[in-house]
Design a protein around this ligand. Structure first.
Ligand SMILES: NC(=O)c1ccc[n+]([C@@H]2O[C@H](COP(=O)([O-])OP(=O)(O)OC[C@H]3O[C@@H](n4cnc5c(N)ncnc54)[C@H](OP(=O)(O)O)[C@@H]3O)[C@@H](O)[C@H]2O)c1
Length: 488
């Protein structure tokens, strides 16, 4: 199967924070891959911007290294790399100072789409918006791309939205949640709304419960300071997991159109019931004995009194007609048994069994959408066990790995950043969060965090390499359910 690459028109994209980690690991390699695919024309301009005093050649050298380190060998074609580097330029700019802005302005071409990627610390987002507008660099058609985290609570998100809104219209603001750029996440919408098969069953009458898992094997690494001020609730649940929940729970939009999709997601967030503290389990990973490289959470963040969680599991109810009575169980954590992200929709058992099976507890159909590794889907169905042994049932997977089903194309799924950056250039906001969505998500999250902060709750310790704290198992057991195994 050959996918169509539709080239975009020439554009200017400015990457603020171009010398940083996200830019060199994700943004620059993603732009190169789209260039390699033929989607970015040679007339496009990629302008790095940061305080470091580099010239264009110096930044090209840095970009070359980023490509060498973060693009697979199959796409590292020397001629293509040199052609791409001819699109690359650099200007030293101070986001909260005065230097560099006139030079930047001189580089932006009138008449082509221009986009400004804010890959800097969130404290600089407002400064960038103000200066871009103040120096007359942006027009009504310019786009700004804002990285996460978007605020740390409702008040700070509202303040940031207000600052951005003072200089840019909502249709110009692209708030990134890279989970939305994943192929399988968009496939979730295709599976639901382009097939007749699932949607009639997609409600509390037929769905027993939903599990969303984002498990990591790594600890907080070098991000300890940032992470400890945030915790898993702010870092993962308020944004990524909430977005996944929305895509599962939302009503069909009237059209696959940015505002139609985001209106439906917003309704889901507003329908979330406040989560009771008894429906939440938080944890912190313990050190691995005898392995100084794998310290415990409090050692990693250098805060023995830390109350932030590296693990959270919670039971969430969407209070509307479609989902009343179907719980959504969310869990995410660091230093867990395996690195895996998945959504599992567990359907109810048939109302009556005509087969004489002693144990029918495992009979439910489960639709699993894997985000990583191996993006794909898997539907567990019951069939007759082959052979002459009578009517015995067995559960088998109808497995669709994109890599297998779509051959080379499927094995070469674009990175989320590739798709999202191209959407910015095309002016498509469907996969970006709207300001009101972000605020609604914080409005739901804030009181939960305030609750455990007020009580001074301490997360429970859990073993590194485990599935999380014991109490998280109880969260499901007491409802007569169990978590899916965390494994790759
Ligand atoms: N890294 C990730 O995996 C990741 C994932 C999700 C979201 N994010 C978000 O992406 C953003 C960037 O993260 P990062 O990890 O790339 O940070 P980083 O490695 O610390 O890079 C920060 C960049 O900002 C530049 N910078 C700092 N102060 C500046 C100023 N006053 N004016 C202009 N440029 C300035 C730095 O270059 P100079 O020192 O040369 O100025 C550097 O290029 C953050 O908002 C982060 O939350 C990162």
């Amino acid at each position: 199967m050959v996918s169509r690459v539709i080239p975009v028109d020439p554009f200017d994209v400015v990457v603020f924070g171009a010398t940083g980690d996200l830019s060199t690991r994700k943004i620059l390699p993603a732009l190169y891959r789209r260039f390699f695919a033929g989607q970015i024309p040679p007339e496009a301009r990629i302008i790095g911007a940061a305080r470091t005093d580099l010239d264009a050649e110096g930044f090209r050298a840095l970009t070359r290294t980023a490509i060498a380190e973060h693009v697979g060998a199959a796409k590292r074609d020397p001629e293509q790399i040199e052609a791409f580097l001819r699109c690359v330029d650099y200007v030293p700019v101070d986001a909260n100072g005065t230097s560099g802005w006139q030079e930047l302005k001189a580089l932006i071409r009138p008449g082509v789409v221009n986009a400004f990627y804010f890959s800097v610390a969130p404290s600089l987002f407002g400064d960038l918006a103000e200066r871009l507008h103040g120096h007359g660099i942006t027009t009504d058609d310019s786009r700004i791309v804002v990285e996460k985290p978007f605020g740390r609570d409702l008040a700070s998100a509202q303040a940031l939205n207000a600052t951005l809104a003072a200089h840019f219209d909502e249709h110009q603001i692209y708030r990134i949640d890279h989970y939305l750029g994943k192929e399988t996440v968009q496939n979730l919408m295709a599976v639901r709304f382009a097939n007749i098969l699932f949607e009639p069953l997609w409600n509390s009458q037929y769905v027993d419960h939903v599990q969303i898992t984002v498990a990591e094997t790594v600890g907080v690494g070098g991000r300890g300071g940032y992470y400890d001020r945030s915790g898993a609730m702010r870092d993962m649940v308020q944004n990524h997991m909430m977005q996944l929940l929305c895509l599962i729970a939302m009503e069909p939009p009237y059209h696959f159109d940015p505002d139609a999709v985001r209106d439906e997601k917003l309704k889901v967030i507003r329908a979330l019931q406040p989560a009771a503290q008894s429906d939440i389990v938080r944890g912190q990973y313990l050190p691995v004995k005898g392995d100084p490289a794998r310290r415990g959470y409090v050692e990693d963040v250098e805060n023995p009194d830390s109350r932030s969680e590296s693990y959270i599991a919670l039971k969430v109810q969407v209070a509307n007609w479609r989902w009343q009575g179907t719980p959504f169980y969310l869990r995410t954590g660091k230093r867990l048994r395996a690195r895996t992200s998945e959504i599992a929709i567990t359907f109810k058992q048939p109302p009556h069994s005509i087969f004489d099976e002693a144990d029918d507890s495992w009979r439910e159909n489960v639709l699993v959408i894997r985000l990583q590794p191996n993006e794909g889907m898997n539907l567990k169905v019951m069939i007759k066990e082959p052979g002459p042994g009578g009517m015995r049932l067995v559960q088998v997977p109808l497995d669709m790995s994109f890599a297998e089903a779509l051959g080379e194309e499927g094995a070469d799924i674009p990175d989320a950043y590739e798709r999202l950056i191209m959407d910015v250039i095309r002016g498509n906001q469907t996969l970006f969060m709207r300001g009101d969505e972000v605020e609604a998500a914080w409005a739901w999250t804030d009181p939960i965090i305030a609750g455990w902060e007020a009580r001074g709750d301490r997360p429970q310790p859990y073993d590194s390499g485990s599935s999380g704290p014991e109490d998280a198992l109880m969260l499901m057991h007491r409802d007569g359910r169990r978590w899916r195994e965390i494994r790759e």
